[in-house]
Design a protein around this ligand. Structure first.
Ligand SMILES: C[S@@+](CC[C@H](N)C(=O)[O-])C[C@H]1O[C@@H](n2cnc3c(N)ncnc32)[C@H](O)[C@@H]1O
Length: 395
């Protein structure tokens, strides 16, 4: 399918120029690399190239006016529930414990969480934000200033992972924004789906032999499935997920890492019927698979392999303390109480809150596609968000 067939909204002149500038930059990188780069290299440039990448340049990405809506943007009640779970852990860790939010996006979740943690009498000593896109800092600062101005002094923006700390690490829709490789099965071989440059200067899909690392990872999936992936099967794999998670886990002396994202256990993610993978692009609330189009103007994501997340955490010495659907996580954290105890709201606000809770929890909306996983170190608690339904056996 080409972009014209997708019938996406027209671009402004500025958007067209921005995308063309990034495409030229990517084409130069491909040229310097001998005519081909892996999909992960392309995705890194498309999303994070300083000044031009999707997350590194000023476009409005999040919320109704942007390209996609994440759970914190759907409703504050999501972040309030996450705060309930974090508060439970922070309380046991004591007053020096900190929060570290990875990939804070617009800062909405940080703002609501801080306000809710105060209500719960469980404020962390500091609230750190580490986002690969420094461009978002001002927006995050404004979000906290608008909701909890007196707590802004507790927020600190980090340039790199911190030294050892006790606390809670959270990341909503961060794992799906990490770069992935794409591969295809051809005549029994693992081929890498990468990117080249056509004669007219446009970017085009191009295949190459899969690296030993990529082929090894795909063969390991096949061994686990007990069968070969079929001819023509295409999918994605995040070869950087294990080292990334281990690096994030390393400074956590005591506490919890909590990730919420769309994804599946590995056996389901690589099921035969998912033969085109899970790569998805978001442009003004339209979803499509044309990752090479509109570079710099659209988000590119892939579903998370939660089995790898769990394995990486265990290798880093953490316990997989919980894994469940977003719906069950939110119910465990008391979303129904938040929706019921609304004496201060008028009727329209109540209806709106109920509608938001449904989007967050219904199976056909965000409730089942999204999962929550809790990874703990030296923190043996019956975690609230994971008490309703335990899906760890599926990992
Ligand atoms: C899809 S957005 C989610 C934003 C926000 N958490 C939310 O739920 O609305 C992904 C965010 O992760 C950030 N990000 C991507 N890779 C990252 C990394 N390796 N470390 C920290 N942040 C990262 C992006 O800059 C972006 O802010």
């Amino acid at each position: 399918m080409n972009v014209a067939a997708l019938d996406l909204p027209e671009l402004t002149t500025d958007e067209t120029a921005h995308s063309a500038a990034l495409q030229t930059r990517i084409a130069a990188t491909i040229g310097a690399a001998g005519g081909w780069v892996s999909f992960a290299t392309f995705m890194r440039l498309a999303l994070y190239e300083p000044g031009l990448g999707y997350y590194s340049a000023g476009a409005r990405k999040f919320g109704a006016a942007g390209d996609f809506v994440t759970a914190p943007e759907v409703a504050p009640v999501f972040s309030r529930c996450v705060a309930v779970q974090c508060a439970q852990v922070l309380r046991t860790l004591g007053p020096d414990a900190v929060m570290l939010e990875l990939g804070a996006g617009s800062g909405t979740m940080a703002a609501v969480m801080l306000a809710e943690l105060r209500k719960q009498d469980a404020l962390p000593a500091e609230y750190w934000i580490l986002d690969v896109s420094a461009d978002l800092r001002e927006r995050q600062r404004e979000a906290v200033a608008a909701t909890a101005p007196d707590l802004l002094s507790r927020v600190r923006w980090l340039d790199a992972l911190p030294a050892g700390f006790d606390g809670v690490v959270v990341g909503n829709e961060v794992l799906d924004a990490l770069v992935v490789e794409r591969f295809a099965m051809r005549a029994g071989q693992v081929r890498a789906l990468g990117v080249g440059v056509a004669d007219d200067g446009s970017l085009q899909w191009r295949e190459a032999d899969g690296s030993a690392e990529l082929a090894g990872a795909v063969r390991a999936i096949e061994a686990e499935l007990g069968q070969r992936l079929p001819e023509g099967y295409e999918s994605e794999i995040n070869l950087g997920l294990r080292p990334w998670l281990q690096a994030v886990a390393e400074p956590l002396r005591r506490g919890m890492m909590l990730f919420i994202d769309y994804g599946l256990p590995r056996r389901e993610l690589y099921a035969q019927e998912r033969s085109r993978g899970t790569l998805l692009c978001h442009f003004r609330h339209r979803f499509h698979e044309e990752a090479l189009a509109r570079v710099g103007l659209q988000d590119i994501t892939a579903w998370v392999d939660f089995t790898t997340v769990a394995e990486a955490a265990q290798s880093a010495g953490l316990d997989v303390a919980g894994y469940t659907t977003q719906a069950h996580f939110l119910i465990g954290c008391g979303i129904t109480d938040f929706v019921a105890n609304v004496a201060e709201l008028d009727l329209a606000e109540r209806v709106n809150l109920s509608r938001q809770a449904m989007i967050l929890t219904l199976p056909g909306e965000m409730g089942e596609r999204f999962k929550a996983i809790a990874l703990t170190r030296d923190c043996d608690l019956p975690l609230r968000g994971f008490g309703v339904r335990d899906l760890r056996h599926t990992l």
